[in-house]
Design a protein around this ligand. Sequence first.
Ligand code: SF4
Ligand code: MG
Length: 335
Amino acid sequence: KKELLKVNNLKQYFPVKGGFLGRTVNHVKAVDDISFEIYEGETLSVVGESGCGKSTTGRAILRLEEPTDGEVYFEGEDLLALNKSQMREKRKDLQVIFQDPYASLNPRHTVGQILTEAMQIQKIAPRSELRKRAIELMEIVGLNAEQIDRYPHEFSGGQRQRIGIARALSVDPKLIIADEAVSALDVSIQAQVLNLLKRLQREFNLTYLFIAHDLGVVRHISDRIIVMYLGKIVEIADKKSLFENPQHPYTKALLSAIPIPDPEKKKERIVLKGDVPSPINPPQGCRFHTRCPFATEICRTKVPELRNLDHMKEGHRAACHHIEKIHSGEMALQK
Ligand code: SF4
Ligand code: MG
């Protein structure tokens, strides 16, 4: 497996202004020291409740927001060392699809204009060929190419998302970051768009970083999954391992909330108490300790490392002091 993207110790802190002079009084630690890698051709999903830092991670990789600290390597090249124009050029390789395509599609531009814009900027094709390419793109994503001169508002939500996908595809990228790309769509339309993304991945050898708040949505599309909580990665594993043997109490809780496909398989039900705490001054130690049914003293003081687990296969990592005891049953929920 070839590493396409490598993120090391990424941090994204946003200043919180306050007081009479509006000085920085605090920081939102939206992403706090996370590391992971994306392999070529895979779909790596990032899931977690809103405010866990998953979108911020995607935006930091693309430098839509400059990260506070850390390293981002794409094909071995340090993205954070690039200047603005070099980074703009890189956008040929790294594209993004947003949750609300309507907000990211210029309402005064036709689909044809929207699809040719990026190709023009990136000098993908001679001007005379752009319209032909736009028509091809529309066909590839399942849109009626006769509607090339229509405006975004004339399309349905699902079709607009297809326009967003076609636009991302227009520059022949290697990595696509899909930020809640199907979250706003009806369930049946969601499935269609997910299938389209899967097909495009095979046809164009794409790699996806797929951001979603729901494990149910990422189930079919993912190869591996990252679970985030309050700016931290709590677990990372391949899909099968994560769904069949979730290790972190938070992952178990998320899985408790979605229907079980195999009713024979009993799973430990963990129902979370309370809400996600504020990422301003997040809980000390393990950030999940205020809601974790297994929390002990060490959880309140020491930050658990994301680490490989001896009892799980290589690559299944979790961040919890008590994983082994929970796994062996030595620590169990009171019934
Ligand atoms: Fe729960 Fe402690 Fe593990 Fe955090 S480290 S998930 S609080 S048991
Ligand atoms: Mg988000």
